[in-house]
Write a protein that binds this ligand. Structure first.
Ligand code: MN
Length: 740
């Protein structure tokens, strides 16, 4: 059993080993302060409590951190577990140490009551966000590592819980910070409690084969060393190791293989001074052993996001046993084992004041890496460390991720809109707070709701920081408060309207309202008011659209009015002209046609429609053949047939009163074919005292007969009579005047 004092001396020795200027007086003072304050508290294994902080400080010293880190590690449980306070520690050991201890305490107080997969990244981020100083998280990892090492004295339930947290939260953080050594140990210790059967089996098999493994490893180590000496590569260190149990476990699981089938259990490391030496060593290794294709990785040229640098290659030895060789410089090795901690140590000499500067170098370091993943990593560090997010707990222990400055309103709406809408109060860490309270990392937030709640108030929109909360509040107003929205929307609309000098009556006029509503895309003014009321549309925007539409309507109205006035004027002039007394004029007709405004002009009847007196007619001034007269219903005389070029050639014509001639026109008679039709039709026509000048017939395949008659009639009355007569004949179906 090692005494407390011996443990402490071992710690001092470790510190002296890497930091000759360490403040050993203050470190001892911290040790004594902690020992005194923890008093007779005991660990579960029966040892004095102080052994825990000493061991944590030991791990921190192995990371080669500075005196303040060692002091803070020794004091890390004082605020949480003893009557010591932040002020005490600040007075005795300085504000920096007190801040670190306070930070570790806050992380310790975080209770992980949820173990859901999607919560884990949030929890990891939260721990980063809460660690204002990178040393806080390094000490916390050391604390967790020591607790995991001594976990066997805890209850099985606690072992499982802590092991799970460690596997899901602390090991990934250690990995992210490049603390490879601690990551492996955390994972191996977690596996021991999470899957004890597999863990024991792996260890048992490793132990069984350890002599064999040892012989193999020392033989390979010797071979490599000899060849490196021959190749005159200076200061090379070669050593072999069996891979970690968790690494073996993962490979077995992922590749679904037994341990015996596993590809490579062994890894060798070659440490050298320079990067060129690394590549020289690689050449030597590939010369001795056969490399496996596709297994070479150059993490020197392309470091991993967590700063890891090394050459990896897998080769096959004489016995056919594959093994991995990792080649790196001593500097790379320090960083690979201790990650951020190693960098942190190097940076101390030129460290600036303030926490921001502590992170700045990490950021720059990471930004210098070209790996694509690095960018993502930088982003996560930025988010975490430069805090534009805040992480809080639900009473159940779920972590909710909100924008920095978020309030209980944001929290409530992020849980569910129904929670936000019925919220009547909020508690943070058990105390009532106002709705505008700004949440801090690690706060436990509880929302009180009531079924009789009035719902959100409009100023919540200004208090809420997240767009999610704001949009849900807006939704509520849209749905729940239509009347209120309409009133409020109408008030602000009318107010805006005044600004542009318009009145409501200008808008509600029945001739403009429909097009205004169409312009603003609402069915009614109330709907528009409601939208303005809940914030879906600003009053200003609505008024601008309405004004634009009104301007357009007014412009159109002005044009229409001008056109109307012009037409009225023309009509008046025409009327005035008509009222002027004119001398009765004998109008001379040609073939019974009077052409308006023209006399003695040539008139002919169009063949297409063959008008007869009594038909409504219209004339067309042909080129060189006088006026051709059509029936008004003739397709050739339809206004839409008036081609542009012929515009103005259509003139009014009318029948004169003194018609004596007869007029030739055509009829088309459609009949069901039968005998004696021809006789019946010609008889019908002649009983009307009308002459047939031509008649032809053709029959169709489906039993119809179509007659075309050319007849001479005096007027349309007589023609109607003929048509009626023909129609009365049995089997006649249709009598037409063809046109067109
Ligand atoms: Mn502790």
């Amino acid at each position: 059993m090692v005494s407390v004092e011996e443990r402490y001396e071992h710690l001092e020795k470790t510190i002296r080993g890497y930091n000759i200027s360490a403040d050993l007086t203050q470190i001892r003072a911290a040790y004594e302060y902690a020992r005194e304050h923890h008093g007779d508290q005991m660990r579960r294994d029966g040892s004095p409590y102080i052994t825990h902080p000493i061991n944590v400080a030991q791990i921190v010293a192995e990371m080669r951190l500075d005196s303040e880190s060692i002091i803070a590690a020794l004091l890390h449980d004082c605020i949480e577990d003893t009557d010591s306070t932040y002020e005490d520690i600040a007075k005795l050991f300085g504000v920096t140490v007190a801040d670190i201890v306070d930070g570790v305490t806050k992380l310790t107080r975080v209770k992980y009551s949820t173990m859901e997969e999607e919560q884990m990244e949030n929890l990891r981020k939260m721990l980063f966000a809460m660690s204002r100083d990178i040393r806080v998280i390094l000490i916390k990892i050391a604390d967790r590592l020591h607790n995991m090492r001594t976990m066997e004295y805890q209850t099985p339930a606690k072992q499982k819980k802590k092991a799970f947290e460690t596997m899901e939260i602390y090991a990934p953080i250690a990995h992210r910070l490049g603390l490879a050594k601690m990551k492996w140990e955390l994972e191996d210790l977690s596996l021991k409690y999470l899957d004890p059967v597999a863990y024991d089996e792996i260890n048992r098999k490793l132990a069984q084969a350890s002599t064999e493994h040892g012989q193999f490893m020392s033989r390979v180590q010797g071979e490599i060393s000899t060849r490196l000496t021959e190749a005159e590569i200076p200061h090379a260190t070669v050593y072999g190791r069996v891979k970690h149990p968790y690494s073996i476990y993962r490979k077995m699981y992922l590749q679904e293989k037994t341990m015996e089938e596993l590809y490579d259990l062994f890894a060798f490391r070659v440490l050298v001074d320079t990067v060129p030496d690394c590549y020289n060593v690689l050449g030597v290794i590939h010369d001795i052993y056969k490399p496996i294709l596709g297994r070479f990785k150059d993490y020197i040229a392309t470091p991993k996001p967590n700063m890891y640098q090394s050459l990896h290659t897998t080769v096959i030895g004489e016995e056919g046993i594959p093994f991995e060789v990792q080649i790196r410089t001593y500097d790379m090795h320090a960083i690979n084992e201790y990650g951020v901690a190693a960098h942190w140590k190097y940076k101390q000499g030129i460290k600036k004041e303030g926490n921001e500067a502590d992170y700045e170098w990490i950021r720059r370091l990471l930004e210098n890496q070209e790996d694509a993943d690095a960018e993502e990593f930088i982003h996560s560090l930025k988010v975490d460390m430069f805090a534009d997010e805040v992480f809080v707990f639900t009473p159940r222990g779920d972590v909710i991720n909100l924008p920095a400055g978020a309030t209980p309103i944001d929290f409530a709406y992020s849980i569910h809109s129904a929670i936000g809408n019925t919220m009547v109060g909020a508690k943070v860490n058990g105390r009532m707070v106002g709705f505008d309270y700004q949440l801090h990392n690690g706060d436990v937030v509880e929302i009180n709701t009531s079924k009789t709640a009035h719902g959100p108030s409009r100023d919540w929109m200004n208090i809420a920081k997240s767009s999610e909360a704001r949009s849900k509040i807006r939704q509520w107003f849209k749905r729940e408060r239509r009347e209120e929205n309409i009133a409020q929307g109408r008030a602000s609309f009318e107010n805006e309207l005044k600004h542009v000098g318009l009145t409501m009556s200008q808008i509600t006029a029945p001739d403009v309202l429909p097009s205004i509503l169409k312009r603003v895309s609402f069915q009614s003014l109330d709907e528009m008011y409601a939208a303005i009321g809940y914030g879906g549309l600003t009053a200003l925007k609505a008024v601008n659209r309405v004004r634009d539409e009104l301007l357009q309507i007014n412009r159109a109205a002005a044009l229409a009015k001008a056109a109307e006035e012009a037409a009225a004027k023309a009509a008046q002039e025409a009327k005035a002209a008509a009222q002027q007394p004119i001398l009765p004029r004998k109008v001379k007709s040609e073939k019974g046609i009077v052409v308006e405004g023209l006399s003695n002009c040539l008139v002919k009847f169009s063949k297409c429609c063959a008008p007869v007196p009594g038909d409504e007619i219209i004339g067309f001034i042909t080129r060189g053949y006088g006026v051709s007269v059509h029936r008004k219903d003739c397709p050739n005389a339809q206004p839409d047939h008036h081609v542009e070029a012929n515009q103005g050639r259509w003139i009014k014509v009318s029948w004169s009163d003194d018609i004596r001639e007869s007029y030739t026109t055509g009829l088309e008679v459609v009949c069901k074919d039968r005998a004696n039709l021809l006789v019946d039709i010609s008889t019908a026509v002649s009983t009307c005292k009308v002459n047939i000048s031509n008649l032809n017939v053709h029959t169709t395949a489906d039993g119809f007969a179509i007659f075309h008659l050319t007849i001479s009639v005096s007027d349309s009355k007589q023609l109607d009579q003929v048509m009626r007569k023909i129609h009365q004949i049995s089997s006649v179906m249709k009598v037409n005047r063809p046109a067109g």
